[in-house]
Write a protein that binds this ligand. Structure first.
Ligand code: FES
Length: 120
């Protein structure tokens, strides 16, 4: 099992390697989408660019490689952003949902998340 630590929500979720990040977030009833995505999203086929997450901890091998769809859709976004629907989990990782509207206390939340040891 791997652990996905969600900074905004302050929770750790266990999952099996190979799980799709979008599906995991929805299954766990966490909020993946901002308003635009809530009003309409593509259902996970990589077309709407509303399922952004930022990767805040872990290693380069923690997630599946960036897909061609992501390369196109994330051209103008920070390097640590992914589309959750295109991302498979491999190892434990720290994630911020909805990085396009970060919480005002993000710095503190990140410190808290980084201070707890992340299982592999
Ligand atoms: S859900 Fe539409 S791009 Fe991910």
């Amino acid at each position: 099992m791997t652990t996905i630590r969600f900074i905004r929500e302050g929770v750790d979720i266990q999952c099996k390697p190979g799980e799709n990040l979008r599906e995991l977030i929805i299954k766990e009833k966490l909020q993946l989408y901002g308003l635009k995505g809530l009003l309409g999203n593509c259902g996970g086929v990589g077309q709407c660019s509303t399922c952004f997450v930022s990767i805040e901890g872990g290693t380069v091998n923690s997630l599946s490689p960036i897909t061609a769809v992501e390369e196109e859709k994330l051209k103008t976004r920070p390097d640590n952003w992914r589309l959750a629907c295109q991302t498979l989990i491999k190892l434990s990782v720290i994630i911020l949902t909805k990085p396009q509207s970060p919480p005002p206390n993000l710095k503190d939340l990140k410190k808290l998340a980084e201070n707890k040891k992340l299982p592999r």
